[in-house]
Design a protein. Sequence first.
Length: 78
Amino acid sequence: MSAHLALTQLVPFAAEELDKNKVTPGVLGFVVFAVLAVAVWLLMKSMNRHMGKVSFEEAPDPTAPGTDTPATPAAAGK
């Protein structure tokens, strides 16, 4: 029996029990939302830990006044 046939057999049973005035996500909706919230929290915690390991030091601007390095590579060869 394929999954499609099984679902078509179960749809009429679900339609009889469904109250169109009261539809809620239920326990499954809460569990899915809670799992997503925990996953996002863990990803943010991991990202903060990895960003803390990064040591970045910006190179000085070669065009700024007072630097001893030449502004262009062509001027360095002359």
